[in-house]
Unconditional design. Structure first.
Length: 514
């Protein structure tokens, strides 16, 4: 009995020491044809080792790549970087989310990661995915960390239901946390992600960036960005959010964030960086990013017409994609009415947009205005690309589900009317009406503009387009016409002026143009 008991204890205690060199972690960074692989090793005693690896396409048993990475003699804990170049994989896109299994082996130890290959870059102030331009159709408020029960936040099944719904309403990028289940699902379902540090950089405060720069570099690599790194769905890193930009503190942070981005790009240059989301305006980072809540806290949706002026939204000497990674607002609550929270700007915004109408009409009016603002912001951002080609992505920050706290399934979240506007205004091929004349006399003409935006998910050109349109009242068609459009290449916009004559005998009333 004593010998058996002693043997069990001996085996249990010494299991971790069976391997003199152990793999602590592998960090893959992929582009379209290359893999940079960090292998972090823990050395318990000097040892000669061989590190090998293989890559297999998910869903197949055929090995895509296999080889010896290195033969090494190690004396202490170390991080080794390997480069595997000139690969020819099937590339990950939202429409074709191809994935691969990576396996790294040291002695009898095997560590696995799932990876994907893609190239995300900016060229001439536009985003490019695998060599083709792409417009980011985003949504900024998503779980985890938004009030849904913890068990659902950790559920891969819930994440899949959620992401699939977002794709069904034509969203192609979301902001989410570093929860690995959520990121795995985004990889698998073809949902792009932007994420990172959405507050003050660690070990710093609003007035002063962190003093120990090297420690901050390690923090971003290992804590704030590291968990996102293996995932091909992640295309944008965020280093901080809404930091001060004025006076001495602003200058210090601009310098810190630019230096941080330059340093981190030596570690991972396969993503683009937003240095200071919302307030930085591209002075630190790759992207000219702004948070503009026009039509909510201030001004109106018509302020989006400012986006026509490219020079207003660029930094001297730079060509940067323009994103609004937060906009729209219009925070409607569980009953549909605007959330009226004390010590916020929301009560004044509510008074502006739904005012003193009866209480039983507030929910309907708030939901309609939320959807209206979403429609206008999304469609204006897209169709104004014909005048400002650097308009590259919009990610409204608004609450598009009724229920969060206490739900037991995704079905219980219940989408608001705003999701229908997402589905329409985010159609890959968008038809958008422009009509600023909402009242007209019988017998007169009304001038309309039809815009078509071609952001086809498979990057296809469009030809032989015929636009059919009609003036009607209910089921009655009064005027019906059609017009031929020229072909529209992928990532292009086209428009045509349309003249509608209102019949002289048409009675007063409300009519629709469809």
């Amino acid at each position: 009995m004593k010998k058996i008991f002693f043997g069990l204890i001996f085996s249990f205690v010494f299991i971790p020491f069976l391997f003199p060199v152990e793999i602590r972690e592998i960090v893959p960074v992929t582009s379209d044809h290359d893999l940079k692989l960090e292998v972090k090793l823990s050395v318990k005693s000097p040892e000669k080792i061989q590190i090998s690896g293989k890559i297999t396409k998910v869903g197949t048993e055929k090995q895509f790549w296999q080889g010896v990475l290195g033969n090494l003699y190690l004396k202490k804990d170390t991080v080794i970087v390997f480069d595997i170049n000139q690969l020819n994989p099937d590339l990950w896109t939202p429409a074709t989310p191809y994935l691969y299994d990576l396996e790294v082996k040291v002695d009898k130890q095997i560590v696995r990661k799932r990876i994907g290959f893609r190239k995300f870059e900016m060229i001439g102030g536009q985003f490019f995915l695998n060599g083709k331009p792409i417009f980011l159709r985003g949504n900024a408020i998503n779980p985890p960390g938004r009030g849904i029960p913890k068990e659902l936040e950790e559920s891969k099944e819930f994440a899949r239901d959620y992401v699939r719904f977002m794709k069904s309403i034509n969203i192609n990028i979301i902001r989410t946390s570093d929860n690995q289940n959520w990121l795995d699902v985004c990889d698998e379902e073809g949902m792009m992600v932007f994420g990172g540090r959405y507050t003050v950089p660690r070990n710093g405060h609003k007035e002063e960036p962190p003093k120990d720069f090297e420690k901050s570099v390690d923090t971003y690599k290992n804590i704030d960005l590291g968990p996102f790194t293996p995932h091909p769905s992640v295309v944008i890193y965020v280093l901080s959010n809404e930091m001060r930009t004025q006076k001495e503190a602003g200058e210090k942070y601009r310098n810190f964030l630019n230096k941080m981005m330059d340093t981190l790009k030596k570690w991972d240059n396969t993503r683009l960086y937003i240095g200071n989301a919302g307030y930085g305006l591209g002075r630190s980072g790759d992207i000219y990013d702004a948070h503009r809540y026009w039509g909510w806290y201030y001004k109106t949706f018509l302020t989006y017409l400012n986006m026509r002026d490219m020079n207003m939204w660029q930094n001297e000497g730079k060509e940067q994609p323009i994103t609004f990674s937060e906009c729209v607002g219009n925070y409607t609550g569980v009953d549909g009415r605007y959330n009226i929270c004390s010590d916020t700007r929301q009560p004044s915004a509510q008074k502006c947009w739904t005012g003193h109408i009866p209480d039983d009409e507030q929910a309907d009016a708030a939901l309609k205005y939320q959807a209206f603002t979403l429609k206008q912001s999304n469609e204006l951002f897209r169709r104004l690309r014909s005048q400002n080609p650097r308009l590259a992505g919009i990610m409204p920050f608004t609450i598009i589900f009724y229920n969060w706290d206490g739900i037991k399934s995704f079905e219980e979240m219940k989408p608001k009317p705003a999701t229908e506007e997402y589905k329409l205004s985010y159609q890959p091929v968008l038809l958008s009406w422009e009509n600023w004349q909402t009242n007209v006399y019988a017998g007169k003409n009304i001038s309309l503009t039809a815009h078509i935006v071609n952001d086809d998910d498979f990057c296809k050109n469009i030809s032989d387009i015929r636009l059919k349109w009609q003036l009607g009242n209910g089921t009655r068609t009064i005027v019906q016409k059609d017009v031929q459009f020229p072909g529209i290449p992928y990532f292009s916009t086209a428009k045509q002026q349309l003249l509608l004559h209102i019949p002289e005998d048409l009675p007063t009333g409300y009519y629709d143009i469809k």
